[in-house]
Design a protein around this ligand. Sequence first.
Ligand code: HEM
Length: 381
Amino acid sequence: VRSLSYLAADFTADPWPTYRRLRLESPVWWADDIQMVCTFGYEETRQVLTGADFTVEYPFRISEQVFGRTLLDLDGPEHRRLRNLVTPLFTRSNVERIVTAVVAPAVDELVSRVRGREQFDFMAEFAEQLPVMVACSFVGLARERFAESGQLLGCLLRHLDGSRGDFEQIATLRRRLEAELDQARQRPREAGAFESIQDLNLALTPEESLRMMMLMLAAGVETSVCALGNALSALLRHPTMLRGAFDGRLSLSAVIAEAFRWEPPQHDTVRFARMDTCVAGVPVRQGQAIKAILASGNRDERVYSEPDEFRPGRTGPPALSFGYGAHMCLGRRLAALEVEHLLAVLFAELTALELETQCDPRAKGHTFRRPSSLVLNAHWK
Ligand code: HEM
């Protein structure tokens, strides 16, 4: 198997030409610096995500060390039992109720803070705020605890992406966030607005409830921050489509679905070989970590025509942005509606918006990628 340096700068600055070159040369590579097998092709990545020879279970997985053992770290009957218990929270009707009860008022609040301002940073004012507000409400935290919990979560998330991990600090931060969540777990809930984890209390042990609440924060916040930034960035980089989205000629939901494929919030995930096996004919030893590069699969020319083109409404198989198979993202409908609702409300209040000329709209980062800022010149109605 051919070898590459995954931490090289060309991966972080603009990974797309590198993904393309590697994909065309071989769909599977060995990354010497991170000691992982990497899959770049759509089919090979899907095989790793769905194959019985691969598992998420590995005691030293960094996400498990940071957030504790969650659905993301379990396979088999235990994973199925827990996933089946929380799946009803993500039905179309419950997600619509979450949008009405939580997303819509949060968006109104954020818009009212910038209304009339000629310039604002979309990342700081919206993308970095809304997902924290939504996730904290969803797990039942009291409003006055959002700031503290959001900050603790932010510190923990920074340990996921490229950090070597200071485990003492991680343990302290996690205990503090768990204490916040434990209070939320025991708080009486206003009945009726939407189904939440607390409504599953009878089916989950207190420890399982806590783990599940932690997962919703861990899985739902940074991914959604990136999703909001990347969707607006895609439109700003395609001004004709931005105008189409403004005047309703272009469906926002199609734009958002394509933005998830074209500039996915989460570029990769990890699996481990359960036994000696093969990926695309390449032998892989038992216990070997495999980086499944979802983002590269999304631009595989064997699967999508002109994959580098941003083309809302395109046909093709589902993008890999939300994973595939048993661990496929439960929150994908909520994430999509959150982005759609915010952009719809913002566009309805504005006649036009442009990116400030000095601002670079391109996504940056390792696993979670997004623009660092999107400074907008806004023209209000
Ligand atoms: C655009 C935003 C989002 C993206 C790109 C995203 C991406 C992903 C991906 C790639 C996975 C699979 C990981 C793997 O197979 O290793 C996943 C799993 C998961 N996501 Fe999301 N996610 C997003 C938003 C959310 C939200 C808002 C929530 C919850 C409110 C959520 C809840 C979950 C859960 C619970 C899992 C674990 C499922 C399992 O292991 O069975 N996600 N997500």
